[in-house]
Design a protein around this ligand. Structure first.
Ligand code: BG6
Length: 485
């Protein structure tokens, strides 16, 4: 609780405080951090947006959303502790003269995190205004949301604007997938167990599949989404981050640069997808009408009143990492909206045993599945003997680790932003994307988009509620593989 007799020494300022992300994710996350005692007593929370609110009216506004999100976990005592920290600054963040109010609120505050939950089009002016107001200094840092550009050139332009005011070590680029529990667990699984790492290479792994399937459509975000499509909205960031964590070399430690150096090496080893290969290695789709979340759902273009669009809502890609560890191992990436189920998972398919001593038995190769959503689970498929007399009969069985079963009692499913906010407040940037990472990812994505544009083709329609266009199946079957569903 803020002690009014002395100035708070820390603050987090959220620009875009009345926007969807702030209301649905950021304030509820801060509330949960409060409930776990993870916010320092001297932290001030300032919401800032253009609308006119008194502190009390703003607090009442965010309380509604926190209650909705916390559901049965809402505790009035925690809320009243949290509410005491909250202030509101009604300013137009793009207007330099408006920053006096913020400067006054931050009088005497030392360490400050500025969270830009606004349109990236005003990141540049916010940074410039913070600098002019003397608020960009060694004790302050910024957190920025995606999208950081829609291609390499625009990403660089945004990065340049950010770096005009803040040095790279004080810029925290969010990819909310890096805040997910199961994604963190992937690092633990790989590097806190001895038996995976010796097998974690092309000698033992046949293929890797990473799927992020969603049942929702564009959810009223058409004007944003139509500019970006699945490749920029999901692949450039979330899928490539997952791919990096699966494929990177063991970092020396968990320091920000140790981990991010390894990730950037993976991104730079991605084989470019050229025009000659574009049809073999990528598939684009756009959902038409069908079923969405158990009900009749309109097609993508109908959601925007019938406007024609060539934007993809589904993409499947065969990525290859050209380095010693992964030579010849396809990484299949797939994501889409209006698919049959909400499922995010990473599947590591091991190779078949080199020689079978079980005549007539169908041996299934080992498979490790790391499920992020809807449940957090880890499964390992192993061949077992069926209990019986007479010959050896074999059957694949799953060794399953459910994080809910293991930690159910102690566990609340956290919002990914809770972890990320905490890390930003603690000045630890390991879980944030560095400039060179974001640019290396765009370099690879730009190559694909360029090849698509040159081909002049359009996304193939698929029915809402299906697993995307038939071409997505052909993509894996061409190599004798198939998607695990
Ligand atoms: C966001 C995308 O980054 O991630 C959305 O902009 C997508 O289009 C969302 O729905 C998916 O996140 P999650 O955490 O629900 O899998």
């Amino acid at each position: 609780m803020i002690d009014k007799s002395r100035a708070p020494s820390r603050a987090i300022v959220i620009f875009g405080a009345t926007g969807d992300l702030a209301l649905r994710m950021l304030f509820p996350s801060l509330y949960f951090l409060e409930s776990e005692g993870l916010l320092s007593d001297d932290l001030l929370v300032i919401g800032s947006a253009r609308s006119d609110y008194s502190d009390a009216a703003f607090i009442a506004r965010i309380e509604e959303d926190v209650k909705k999100r916390a559901d049965g976990d809402f505790d009035p005592a925690v809320w009243s502790r949290f509410a005491k920290r909250v202030r509101y600054a009604g300013i137009d963040a793009a207007d330099a003269s408006a920053f006096a109010q913020l400067t006054a609120l931050l009088q005497g505050v030392g360490e400050t995190v500025f969270y830009l939950s606004t349109s990236p089009s005003i990141y540049g002016s916010i940074c410039a205004n913070l600098k002019t107001a003397g608020l960009a200094h060694a004790n302050t840092r910024i957190v920025v949301e995606k999208p950081i550009g829609r291609d390499l050139a625009s990403c660089r332009a945004i990065n340049d604007q950010l770096q005009e005011a803040f040095s790279e070590d004080r810029i925290f680029r969010i990819d909310h997938y890096l805040g997910k529990e199961a994604v963190q667990n992937l690092i633990a699984l790989r590097f806190a167990n001895t038996f995976f790492e010796p097998l974690w290479n092309h000698g033992s792994i046949e293929q890797v599949q990473i799927t992020i399937a969603e049942t929702v459509g564009v959810e009223g975000r058409w004007s944003y989404y139509d500019e970006y499509g699945a490749i920029r909205d999901m692949v450039q960031n979330h899928l490539l981050q997952l791919l990096c964590l699966v494929a990177m070399e063991p970092p020396a430690n968990l320091d920000p640069d140790s981990v991010r150096n390894e990730k950037v090496k993976v991104l730079r080893s991605l084989r470019p997808i050229t025009s000659a290969e574009i049809d073999k290695r990528t598939v684009r789709g756009q959902y038409g009408k069908g079923i969405g979340e158990g009900q009749a759902a309109p097609g993508y273009t109908a959601e925007a009143g019938g406007e024609a669009s060539k934007t993809e809502t589904f993409v499947a890609i065969q990525a290859n990492i050209d380095n010693w560890r992964w030579a010849g191992v396809p990484f299949y990436l797939r994501t889409g909206k209006r698919l049959p189920s909400r499922e995010s998972e990473i599947v590591i398919q091991f190779r078949q045993v080199p020689h079978s001593i079980f005549p007539g038995a169908e041996l299934k190769a080992n498979r490790l599945t790391i499920r992020l959503q809807p449940e957090e689970e880890i499964g390992l498929l192993l061949m077992n003997k069926t209990p019986s007399l007479g010959g050896l009969e074999l059957r694949p069985l799953g060794l399953n680790l459910s994080l809910d079963d293991a930690f159910g009692e102690q566990r609340r499913r956290r919002i990914a932003y809770e972890r990320l906010l905490l890390e930003a407040l603690n000045n630890n940037s390991t879980l944030f994307v560095r400039r060179d990472e974001s640019e290396a990812a765009w370099t690879w994505i730009d190559g694909i988009v360029d090849a698509w544009n040159r081909s002049g083709s359009a996304p193939t329609p698929y029915a809402a509620g299906s697993w995307g266009p038939a071409g997505a199946f052909a993509l894996t079957e061409r190599n004798g593989h198939s998607w695990f569903e």
